[in-house]
Design a protein around this ligand. Sequence first.
Ligand code: PA5
Length: 425
Amino acid sequence: MIKFDETHGHLQKSIESYQETVNRIHEQIVNKTGAGNDYLGWQDWPVNYDKEEFERIVALGEKLKDKAEVIVVCGIGGSYLGARAAIEMIQGLYPDNGHEVIFAGNTFSSTYLKQVLNHLKGKSVILNVISKSGTTTETALAFRILREYMEETYGKEECRERIIATTDKARGTLKALADKEGYQTFVIPDDIGGRYSVLTAVGLLPMALAGVDIRTVMAGFLKAYEELGTADLQKNTAYRYAVSRRILQDQGYNVEMFVTYEPQLAMLAEWWKQLLGESEGKEGKGILPDSATFSTDLHSLGQFIQEGNKVLYETVFTVKEPTLDMTVPNDPENSDNMNYLVGKSLDWVNKQAFRGTLEAHEVTGNVPNLIIEVPDMKEYTFGYMCYWFFIATAMTCYMLDINPFNQPGVEVYKKNMFKLLGKPE
Ligand code: PA5
């Protein structure tokens, strides 16, 4: 499913020389004995996911299909990025399926939220609020405002159908509020952290509401679990990627740029940044995850990559088959001098841009390139890819002796902000 090519990576050590380390860490991952093992629930989630809840999600997606003209997903971080990455990757940026998905609760921006509220007027809205803790300020504040809009528009009774909460199974402010108001609730499992939760109700419900085939997503997730259950570096491409990152950092590269050639993958890059950045960036360690969309950013960041400070390597995420394609039309007058491309597909042009850039950056610019190739941007691939990145992240963090599943650093800004806001202790 996923091809990984490190031959342009300028690796000065062989990946295979890490086999013993990988064997040891693989045991820790599958036996759930490593640091942060309380949060390894994602590891066997492809087989152990809550089947009854899954069917409820499928049924709700089906039931609300006609009402979900606009789906507002209210959440932040791991309670938002995965769903957005999935929906954009699978449906593209301008899908023509009668559903519009809007994200809120991920910013304090007054202008943004006010414009969202204006945009909702006159449309049929479903609101899914997602928060594991139930206390995240960005999400709770936006939800209060959105809830007021929903109650004024539809009345409390109809809101029981239109507002859905995804949160802890028993604890927390959001769970209590949802129970009091009679909203449907879905569960974020205790042993799965935010950035590993996209294939729980956190991501599956927004996907189902938006019309994504979540059964196929889970089939891809299961396939990856089966295929990647081996420590063998000849077979496990996710672990090859994890090891390559460690080799490149040892060679002095402290920035990884995740590059795609499809605008609909920009949010996938954001999801990847959270996964790697929040998992690995601790104790003064880690590689800074950055991202770019080519060829767009070749006209901005391209200069730095080609000739600037050699701090980074690129991980290029390529797609074999685009979702849609077209050919370059003929212009008998050739007034724009583009006739040399007549009859070529736009995707072919995009692929030549990739090949030309690879040579420019790797050979001329001396920038290492790792290449991840997926077959397409469809459901099965998305599910497979999630597991691939999860185990790659766990492996690469454990190789650094880092707990991949906590995020103590994010509390610091909150503490300062609460003091300034006058939040009661
Ligand atoms: O990965 C994480 O744990 C975080 O990004 C959280 O998902 C994010 O802070 C939102 O938290 P919550 O779901 O509790 O509102």
